[in-house]
Design a protein. Structure first.
Lengths: 83, 145, 145, 83
């Protein structure tokens, strides 16, 4: 599974993307974030405030309770601020 | 006709307007980097692929809802300085109310539905822009209609 | 900044947009001669002096009501062909809702409050355009606000 | 008093403007139009449908019941169709 990060999520983690293989018990975006948060202090900092975290699964915006089974790409990022 | 472009290139108003002028009523919105709040540079990050898909979905929704003849969304990414254009939205329809409403819809929804992130730099201080509560309220009013 | 021009000269969008780009949010409306209903020529007559005064009053009202940084109304008079620009309205404000609403206000009220008359020519048949009931409804909605 | 005409009012009357001196008893736009209507068949045609007639006194839009005392310029024209 490919993970992509944007804005301060990317900055805190320190890389724009990484490949991971979470166990099958990691079924939702929320569970994925829990699983990622212990990988490094940067991951922990990026995911500390879950209310400011948004996600997309295979480039579709989803809630953090969305399933990730079969996903090829999960994106994690702050609320958007374009326009 | 739908036109979507996400690019670091400056926005050429005459060219963008000409592209949209497909009918009797043409409305546009242009967002510029504010020059009055001490920002020296604005950097725009986006999610390549997902951005274009989100903007295309918005344009398609506007075309269907207001029977538009043309809808265009052009968004810059990368570094910009005050006074430069960040975003251009243009709509064309047979009647002015449709063009004007669809233009407002597109810029309101773009603010909440498209994966862009702004970082402002003032001197040595660079910070990511926080989402405004008002942006969600503005986007939400189009759900009722 | 208020800019009013009533002139037979073609409307240069890049120049008009640049004039209005005084703030972070810029909205414009452009009306074009419809190309799809058999009209070969459109002639615009106006009431010199009274026209400019009426447009200035409208722009002043919009600037006060929406705290605009800039408001511009450019209206062509004389003979035009399909696809040509008849009118351009541009507004600038700190926030997009103000710019967009003021732009809609100006074009709606211009339709009922400014002394212009359109004559359409199709072949040998020239006729004065009749006022649309919808124009009064569109202008009236701004009175409630 | 200067009268100015626009669009089909101008076309029917045949001139864009004329100078007139109505008697003091002609106190409103409506009365002025009645007084003008008998000047020529063109004037009569221009003023036949009062519901489609609009007026300005000294370049201010007014209703047809408006007073014209002291006016320097009265304009008569159809409903406007700009924009």
């Amino acid at each position: 599974m490919r993970l992509v990060y944007f804005a301060w999520v990317r900055e805190r983690i320190g890389v724009p993307a990484e490949e991971v293989e979470p166990p099958a018990t990691v079924a939702t975006v929320d569970a994925l974030v829990d699983w990622l948060a212990v990988r490094s202090p940067g991951h922990a900092a990026a995911f500390a405030d879950r209310t400011r975290l948004r996600a997309a699964v295979d480039q579709q915006f989803v809630g953090l309770d969305a399933a990730i089974a079969g996903a090829r790409e999960v994106a994690l990022f702050p609320p958007v601020t374009g326009g | 006709m739908i036109h979507i472009r996400v690019s670091p290139a400056p926005i050429d108003i005459a060219a963008e307007q000409a592209r949209v002028e497909q009918d009797g009523a043409v409305a546009t919105f242009t967002g510029l980097v504010r020059a009055d709040d001490g920002v020296e540079e604005l950097a725009l990050e986006h999610y390549p692929g997902a951005t274009e898909a989100a903007l295309t979905r918005l344009a398609e929704e506007a075309c269907a809802r207001w029977s538009l003849t043309a809808a265009s969304i052009v968004h810059r990414v990368g570094a910009m300085t005050p006074g430069e254009r960040i975003v251009f939205v243009g709509t064309a329809a047979a009647h002015r109310a449709a063009a004007l409403e669809a233009c407002a819809f597109l810029i309101d929804r773009l603010k909440t539905d498209a994966p862009f992130w702004k970082r402002e730099r003032r001197g040595d201080d660079a910070r990511w822009v926080e989402q405004r509560d008002g942006d969600h309220a503005a986007a939400a009013r189009w759900k009722a209609g």
